[in-house]
Design a protein. Structure first.
Length: 85
């Protein structure tokens, strides 16, 4: 089993994912805007964690919306159901 997960991290300053880093990733610098991450990969992942959280929240909301629309279309012609927007 290959459980390796590839995570693409983005520079929070310029949004690109082009980095120059030390072998052990304790120091990372963005190749585009030259921002330095003295905390290395940990610091960079911290910034990206927020993006991951936001993405998850947005996806969850989208799923809810889709579910609501599916329900609404199913019961559209049923007078016993009313939907508030
Ligand atoms: Zn950058």
């Amino acid at each position: 089993m290959d459980n390796k997960i590839t995570v693409t991290v983005f520079c929070p300053t310029c949004g690109l994912s082009d980095f120059n880093h030390k072998e052990d990733e304790t120091y990372i610098q963005c190749n585009n805007c030259k921002r330095e991450y003295l905390g290395g990969i940990d610091e960079l992942l911290e910034y990206n964690q927020q993006q991951v959280d936001d993405g998850t929240a947005a996806l969850g909301q989208k799923l809810l919306d889709d579910f609501g629309k599916t329900l609404e279309s199913k019961f559209r012609n049923n007078k016993n159901f009313k939907f508030k927007r």
